[in-house]
Design a protein around this ligand. Sequence first.
Ligand code: SF4
Length: 255
Amino acid sequence: MSSRLALHNQRIVGCRLCDRLVRYQEKVSQIKRAAYKNQTYWGRPVPGFGRCDARIMIVGLAPGAHGANRTGRIFTGDASGDFLFAALHRAGLASQPQSINRDDGMKLNDCYITSAVRCAPPHNRPTDHECTTCRRYLVEDIRLLSKCRVYLCLGRIAYDAIQAALRVRLGRFSHGAQFQHQDRTILCSYHVSRRNTQTGLLTTEMFDRILVCAKRLANLDESPCFSPNNEPLILPIALQKRPPSDKIRTGPDDR
Ligand code: SF4
């Protein structure tokens, strides 16, 4: 990690701008979930994780109250992270399929994971004001990770955050939607939340295809890409590259 990115992440960890979120994450960290009662929760803002020369930036919503807010690493320690890291490993973007804690040896290849909001919000719902307040850190992520060519947005709030951070208006959010802005592509996916994956709104195959698409858009080697049963993955998503522009455009309809 570059020293500038390390300094940026230190600033995030020390941030206390949002009273409601700071109070909530500290309260959760003291009360704890019964299964984790012997653990010390992180209980602070959670910085991004990954390589400073990443070509893919994955943007989530916010730390989970008993996931990243407990472990201190984004998408680590809950069902969303289990789904995401297993998929990243199949796509050759993560060194191991399980993300358990900050000391588990996980390494990311060519990608960086961050979020629209850095503190765990009650019911996973940050207010508009909290999203706006925290946007400064996503803007800085974008500035520091200058080699990024693909912003993979997990869910509508992440997509809105990227649009606001880039100061562009793109099309409407839908799973698989792609928008071009200068030399970057914004790629949308349903969030990897337990609710979406357990109801089948987002399946393993759907998300594997999104990652293959992200790798292709980032001009990364597509060879190791395997389905859950270890079959080579075929890419059925048509690349819908659009001409570079930051003008308002209409994307696929929401479903
Ligand atoms: S949500 Fe962002 S801006 Fe608000 S306190 Fe946490 S790190 Fe700071």
